[in-house]
Structure formats: structure tokens, C-alpha cells
Design a protein around this ligand. Structure first.
Ligand SMILES: [Zn+2]
Length: 256
């Protein structure tokens, strides 16, 4: 083997090594492991991750996919993008939020509507909004909403913050008339949804929060509205990219 030929072989070897490293790294990032729980089905798990049952069975070499057992580890193929944007797997509210909903002294018939807003700004915290509503909007009770859902900038993506207007059962300050503010629970999602839709985590948190509030306050799905749908004065809130159809679809299935 002459020197030139050896050079080609060595270079080729490096390319293979780099390619293998890339492949290993990509596979490590793109796959998650799911541990089967009692009552799980392969199609149920697949659906949760947006996969077909066939893809999931094939990835795990399951020749008889109906035979999975609790404790079994399954490889969930995915992508880096889908991992960072996947909604929380649990359909339950965080304990602290559920406790705040349960322990507030909600009078019977106190609330008639749940209204959804966007903050129209892509970064936000409860403290920042509270200060803005007190100092700029001169609202003595501060934060105009009862709940705020973060987008990963200022608050965690999908994080639900409980405002003091909920804890103390105070009227909201999020609608154009006092009579509406008197009967409407306000939920604000951080973000400008005229520019982009809310994150999947925000929507998942919104759905579980709404379900819990409907139940707690005996509010039917027809009384869950966007700001635009309920406000007597025209508003773009919660933005043209808020997924109104998917949301209406969710509400049509949400029962008390
Ligand atoms: Zn609004």
C-alpha cells in the first residue's frame, strides 16, 4: 500500500467513526424510554406519543404487540423537537394548583364563565403582570387574571400560577365591563398568539386547568370562552393563531 492509498483509507475510517458518533448521539437524543404501567395498551401508548401502534411495535421488536406487561421498558422513537415541545404526560394538575382550586372558598354560583386571554408579549411572569396592572393600569387588586400559564420565558413552559384574585375569590379585571368581571374567571397564557400559536405544554395545562375549574365551579363547556368571544368591545385577544377549532373540539368533549 503506497502512502497516498493509506491516506485515503485513514480518512475513510475517520468519516465512518464520525458518522457512527453522530448516529449514536442522534439516537440517544431522539429516543425516550417508557415503562409500561398496569392497564396500558400498545395503541394507547402509541397515541400518547403521536405514533402508530405498528411503528411502536416494530421499534421494540414486538411480534405480538397485545402482550405487553407492567414494568416493561419500551423505546419511544421521536425527535429532539418533539421532546422539547411534548405536553406534560400527566393529565393531572400539579398538587399545589389543585389544592389552591379546592381550598378557595368558592360560593355556589359565584362564577359563570371561564375566559381565555393571551398576554400579547412573549415573556412574562406573574410578578411582572401584577406590577403592570397595579402601577400602569391602576388596579388596586393587581394581577387582573385568576390564573397565568407560562411559556418558558419568565415562567416554566406550561407552568400554572395561581393569582391572589382566585385565592381570595375577587372579581377579575380582565374584561370590559364590571358585570362580566364579576362572574368570569380569567386565565392568561403568556405569549403573543397573533405571531405564533401557544406551545403544546401551555395548551395541555389550559385543558387540565379548565376541566378542574369547570368541575369546581359547576361551569358548563358552553360558558368557556375566549376574550374575543365574550367581550362586548372588539378585541383580537387571544390572537389569530390561538387554535380556536382544536379548542372548540376539546370543549365539545369536556363534560362536568
Ligand atoms: Zn384578553
Amino acid at each position: 500500500m503506497n502512502a497516498a492509498r493509506r491516506g485515503v483509507v485513514v480518512q475513510g475510517g475517520w468519516i465512518v467513526i464520525l458518522w457512527l458518533m453522530h448516529l449514536a448521539l442522534y439516537t440517544a437524543l431522539a429516543e425516550t424510554i417508557y415503562t409500561v404501567k398496569k392497564g396500558d395498551t400498545i395503541s394507547g401508548i402509541a397515541q400518547r406519543y403521536g405514533l402508530s401502534a405498528r411503528t411502536l411495535a416494530d421499534r421494540n421488536g414486538l411480534s405480538r404487540p397485545q402482550h405487553i406487561y407492567p414494568g416493561q421498558n419500551l423505546r419511544i422513537p421521536g425527535s429532539i423537537v418533539s421532546q422539547t415541545t411534548t405536553a406534560p404526560k400527566s393529565a393531572n394538575l400539579p398538587t399545589a394548583v389543585q389544592t389552591a382550586i379546592n381550598t378557595a372558598k368558592v360560593r355556589s354560583g359565584r362564577w359563570r364563565h371561564i375566559v381565555i386571554h393571551h398576554s400579547a408579549i412573549d415573556t412574562g411572569t406573574v410578578q411582572g403582570m401584577d406590577r403592570y396592572h397595579r402601577e400602569v393600569r391602576h388596579m388596586e387588586n393587581g394581577l387582573a387574571y385568576h390564573f397565568v400559564i407560562g411559556n418558558g420565558s419568565g415562567m416554566r413552559n406550561g407552568e400554572i400560577a395561581v393569582g391572589h384574585r382566585w385565592k381570595q375569590q375577587l372579581d377579575g379585571g380582565h374584561l370590559a365591563t364590571e358585570s362580566l368581571n364579576h362572574v368570569a374567571i380569567g386565565i392568561c397564557l403568556v405569549g403573543n398568539f397573533d405571531k405564533h400559536p401557544p406551545s403544546p405544554s401551555q395548551m395541555e395545562s389550559l385543558r387540565i386547568l379548565i376541566r378542574a375549574l369547570m368541575k369546581r365551579c359547576s361551569i358548563s363547556a358552553t360558558n368557556v370562552k375566549t376574550h374575543q368571544q365574550i367581550n362586548p368591545v372588539h378585541t383580537r385577544c387571544p390572537g389569530s393563531k390561538f387554535p380556536i377549532k382544536t379548542f372548540a373540539n376539546f370543549l365539545s368533549r369536556a363534560t362536568l
